[in-house]
Design a protein around this ligand. Structure first.
Ligand SMILES: Cc1cc2nc3c(=O)[nH]c(=O)nc-3n(C[C@H](O)[C@H](O)[C@H](O)COP(=O)(O)OP(=O)(O)OC[C@H]3O[C@@H](n4cnc5c(N)ncnc54)[C@H](O)[C@@H]3O)c2cc1C
Length: 544
């Protein structure tokens, strides 16, 4: 089989080696294989992910802390009253795209212009009708009929809006109109002052991610020659560098045996915003001082590696509702049947069902995103709470705080990342939240959501002063899982790690194509941006 499990062989030479089968890595592998640019070896640390939690939208938080998660945790964050936050990242084929909240929102045109990428319209033209229809045919689960005219991304992932939004979600959308947002029915691109039911990467209520697409690629997709070989549960430990060139990689299999494979053309890192800088630094590529501190011999000084870490932080405004009709934590037989037979009901809810993108005159320097959920943002589904809560989770989309990823060795010799996002270290970020929160809570209290909510629980009626509000922000803010920037592109090797062609500065035969190369955060959730990078990288490799 051209794409069977554990098919990477140490006796073969591969044209490309792709490290990391996540959102970007699987898309890149498939695009190269479809064009006959193999043989390609894809190495993924996690398993095949044939797990119900990677399929049913409502179950994604149940992957946290499981074997599908790298189980990272930040260092204690000074800006968050010394709290250390859990930082889920997908360790599975499909990567974080297999455990995320499924929301598909392309970056804003302004983001693409800042990054120097072509705009969405041009890429839409480049996606042929043939490619879209073949994606529809392969992406739908075999047991369910294909839906004609289903929307599809440039990455050929099928898209659907949340199938049966909760009734409170409509009240939120009405409220968003009062906040000045135009409601979009098929909401797929970040545009200021818009709102809508989120569009999800799914078909018939079942998650589809780039890993699943890859696993289900029919043999004939890659004909006439085998193009793609993959191994799962293998962790790449080191890039093999020789005279300034990446020759191959060294990896450890599930039985702790060490192997090496070699690339005829290039090694491409798709390990994500933590995995890619870690692998560079473990291989001796990074800031000299930090490598020395970690006891790693410097092969190539590259100061930007692991710096410039940015993430979207979220502060949830939580309301107790008048009625106990929020998302259930346990599902009735009827709800399970609804999901099994029609792919709808609360199991098909991705929990954060709708959102809004706000430009507020009071805080002109940034833009905010709201995620609305008919549940308690901090407790659902882990803690058994009664279902009488809803939440509006608010995010400053362009924070100024910057953090780092640094490697350290554990007592048993394994490399782990020290993840320090340095949240709210910039006073500007704090001031943005301090300005938007009173404005937003006042607007919500007098708007259409008033029919649903009874009383504000967070920040709550006792949060009467700016000092108390700031304390609440620092006490309850969470990650919304969007790290980027740790191998940012930039034309010089002073701050940039890769150039505009995604090539690592100072090393030939080595590229990076994942969320780590984005120089800053998009005004959107980050999965579409990671896919965008993979698509762009595939374009640059077209004639190689
Ligand atoms: C809980 C959660 C919810 C999210 N919700 C959304 C959402 O709703 N919408 C949205 O747009 N974005 C969301 N995101 C973010 C989005 O999923 C990521 O931005 C995107 O998946 C990043 O893609 P990537 O390819 O850069 O990294 P990943 O998808 O994380 O892929 C990296 C892959 O590399 C593998 N890997 C790493 N190191 C090694 C190594 N040394 N050897 C072998 N393999 C390795 C990993 O196991 C992983 O499979 C969410 C993320 C999380 C975690």
């Amino acid at each position: 089989m051209p794409c069977s499990a554990d098919s990477v062989s140490t006796s073969e030479r591969y044209r490309f080696i792709i490290v990391g089968g996540g959102s970007a890595g699987c898309l890149l592998a498939r695009l190269l294989a479809e064009r006959g640019q193999g043989p390609i070896a894809l190495l993924e640390a996690g398993g095949d992910g044939r797990d119900v939690r990677c399929v049913v939208p409502n179950f994604y938080p149940r992957t946290f802390g499981s074997c599908l998660d790298w189980n990272y945790r930040t260092t204690p964050q000074t800006g968050l009253l010394n709290r250390a936050l859990p930082w889920p990242r997908g360790k599975v084929i499909g990567g974080s795209g297999a455990i995320n909240a499924l929301i598909y929102l392309q970056p804003a045109q302004a983001d693409l212009q800042r990054w120097g990428f072509p705009t969405i319209d041009r890429v839409a033209e480049e996606c042929s009708v043939g490619a879209l229809s073949s994606a529809n045919a392969t992406a739908a689960p075999p047991s369910l009929p294909a839906t004609d005219g289903r929307q599809c991304t440039f990455s050929q992932l099928p898209l659907e809006p949340v199938r049966q939004p909760h009734p409170w979600t409509q009240q939120f959308l009405d409220a968003s109109k009062q906040l000045g947002c135009t409601q979009h029915n098929r909401w797929t691109q970040s545009t200021p002052n818009t709102s809508g039911i989120f569009t999800l990467t799914q078909a018939h209520g079942r998650r589809v991610h780039t890993g699943l697409q890859l696993l289900e690629s029919a043999q004939e997709t890659f004909a006439p020659e085998p193009q793609l070989y993959r191994s799962t549960q293998v962790q790449v430990e080191r890039i093999l560098l020789e005279a300034g060139r990446a020759r191959g990689v060294e990896f450890v299999d599930r039985d702790a045996r060490v192997h090496r494979i070699f690339a005829e053309q290039e090694v491409i890192l798709c390990g994500g915003a933590i995995g890619s800088p870690m692998l560079l630094m473990q291989s001796g590529v990074g800031p000299e001082e930090q490598l020395r501190e970690a006891g790693i011999l410097c092969q190539q000084a590259l100061p930007g590696v692991g710096k410039n870490l940015q993430d979207h932080l979220v502060y949830p405004i939580i309301f107790r509702t008048r009625e106990s009709q929020g998302l259930p934590r346990r599902f009735s037989l009827a709800q399970r049947d609804a999901y099994r037979q029609r792919g709808d009901g609360p199991l098909a809810s991705n929990i954060a069902e709708a959102g809004a993108l706000l430009n507020v005159p009071e805080v002109a320097a940034t833009q905010f995103q709201i995620h609305f959920t008919p549940s308690h943002y901090l407790k659902y589904p882990a803690t058994p709470t009664e279902n009488h809560f809803c939440s509006l989770a608010i995010t400053d989309l362009h924070p100024a705080s910057r953090g780092t990823i640094r490697p350290y060795r554990t007592a048993n010799g394994a490399w782990l990342p020290r993840v320090d996002p340095n949240y709210l270290s910039s006073p500007q970020d704090v001031s943005h939240y301090m300005a938007i929160l009173p404005w937003l809570t006042a607007a919500i209290a007098s708007g259409p959501l008033n029919k649903v909510v009874q009383v504000e629980v967070l920040p709550g009626p006792r949060c009467t002063t700016a000092r108390k509000l700031e304390k609440s922000l620092r006490m309850f803010a969470q990650t919304i899982f969007h790290p980027v920037g740790t191998c940012r592109f930039g034309n010089s090797d002073v701050d940039g790690v890769v150039d505009g062609e995604f090539r690592v500065h100072g090393i030939s035969g080595l590229r990076i194509a994942d969320a780590s190369v984005l120089p800053d955060l998009p005004a959107a959730n980050t999965n579409a941006s990671a896919l965008w990078v993979a698509w762009q990288c595939a374009e640059r490799l077209r004639d190689r």
